[in-house]
Ligand binder design. Structure first.
Ligand SMILES: Cc1cc2nc3c(=O)[nH]c(=O)nc-3n(C[C@H](O)[C@H](O)[C@H](O)COP(=O)(O)OP(=O)(O)OC[C@H]3O[C@@H](n4cnc5c(N)ncnc54)[C@H](O)[C@@H]3O)c2cc1C
Length: 380
């Protein structure tokens, strides 16, 4: 067993840290509707971040799961705008990965280069008003009509959607077939019959706009179907396994930055004539933050490593997802406590870290759903 990163991995990590710190350090968002701009997205693309695991033949980096996660970790550390980092990661893992792995050659050629070079932004539209955790209850339908599918229905929560050029979505093509009755599509936003709602007001990740997507008899040429008819549920699970493992690298980076800020604040902030870090209740809080972060990091690296070995990574990924997201929320609360009142105020950026971490226990499959899976795989 070797816990060292290779020289090339360290070099790539430093290049991202330097590039993001100098060109995309993040700006503080004053309001929930101040999302990322096309210019910021293009800068992320120039740094190679929108195409990390897309093929080199299509402008990407051809990275595996572990190297993709390491890159997102560096991005999440260097960029304080976690909404932007999340938007890029969701685009890459929940949208570009299924196109990479399941689109026909023509659609791969049409979309993947744009996904890599930043000219195309994508959104994953799976969740519906009555189908959140229970993705087996989709009501959006896709009826075959000659060379097209006619999509009808509403998706309720799609990150990036208000700015997206492509919507990766899932619809029922055979209502009687259950899991095998869902098909996947990469739908160009320009097609008639698509209405994307305005950015929704939300607690955190302000840099990433999320919106509702309504399909009203939208005719989608059959070439935009991903995989075969009825493979949609499996394709969604595949994309989620990449997202559940790699996306959470960004939270490791956020926690690294947060831990450095907390240690510095505990060294510098004086109360009762001493640095607050001299009080054991403060120093042990910092130690507990580090313990959660490092334990979560090992689980995430192992999950990604298993994926890269083509080994079964389902439980490892669920364990990693729960550990990273819960560590991010717990460390976010601890950071506010260590900073005191200044942590609750906006300028220090500490309260934003907490708000940006809370949804991590919800998206990509909630903590409860991951624990269900872990329990089942443990023999219950
Ligand atoms: C920031 C953010 C970004 C998102 N981005 C996207 C996106 O890009 N695309 C997209 O399609 N969706 C997105 N979502 C939606 C997300 O996938 C759903 O919120 C998530 O799947 C949970 O569904 P729900 O909100 O309907 O909650 P529900 O499924 O209604 O769950 C509510 C509560 O009940 C619990 N629960 C439900 N079923 C069970 C069960 N069987 N056992 C135990 N507990 C259970 C849940 O764990 C949760 O605590 C995003 C959500 C957030 C917060």
């Amino acid at each position: 067993m070797d816990f060292e990163l290779a020289a090339e991995q360290l070099r790539h990590r430093e290049a991202i840290l330097d590039g993001v710190r100098s060109r995309l350090p993040g700006r503080s968002r004053g309001a929930a509707d101040e999302h990322f701009t096309r210019a910021e997205w293009s800068t992320a693309a120039e740094l190679g971040l929108t195409g990390l695991c897309l093929p080199k033949t299509h402008g990407g980096g051809s990275l595996g799961a572990l190297d993709t996660a390491l890159s997102l970790e560096a991005f999440g550390d260097a960029c304080t705008d976690t909404g932007l980092v999340f938007g890029v990661a969701a685009h890459l893992l929940a949208c570009a990965v299924p196109v990479r792995d399941f689109a026909g050659a023509e659609v791969r050629d049409e979309l993947l280069r744009g996904f890599s070079d930043g000219t195309l932004i994508s959104a994953n539209a799976m969740t519906e008003p009555d189908a959140g955790s229970d993705v087996g209850r989709l009501s959006v339908t896709a009826e075959r009509d000659g060379d097209t599918y006619v999509l009808t229905g509403t998706k309720s929560f799609a990150s990036n959607a208000p700015l997206a050029d492509v919507l990766v979505t899932y619809a029922v093509t055979d209502p009687k077939a259950g899991f095998l009755g869902v098909s996947a599509f990469a739908v160009p936003r320009r097609l008639p019959g698509i209405d994307v709602g305005p950015p929704m007001a939300k607690m955190g990740l302000w840099g990433c706009p999320a919106g509702e997507v309504r399909f009203d008899g939208c005719r989608v040429p059959a070439r935009y179907r991903l995989g075969e008819d009825g493979q949609g549920s499996g394709i969604f699970q595949h994309s989620m396994s990449w997202e559940r493992a790699c996306l959470f690298g960004l939270y490791l980076g956020l926690m690294d930055r947060q831990l450095r800020q907390c240690a510095q604040h505990a060294r510098e902030r004086q109360q009762f004539g001493r640095a607050i870090g001299d009080f054991q209740s403060v120093s042990h809080r910092v130690a507990a933050m580090r313990q959660r972060l490092e334990a979560a990091r090992l689980l995430l690296y192992r999950a990604c490593w298993l994926m890269d070995q083509n080994r079964d990574s389902k439980v490892a990924t669920a364990l990693s997802k729960v550990a990273v997201s819960e560590a991010a929320v717990a460390n976010g609360l601890d950071a506010v406590q260590i900073f005191g009142g200044s942590g609750y105020l906006t300028p220090a950026g500490i309260e934003a870290q907490l708000r940006d971490s809370v949804p991590a226990t919800l998206f990509s499959g909630t903590t409860e759903i991951q624990r269900e899976l872990i329990a089942r795989e443990t023999g219950l």
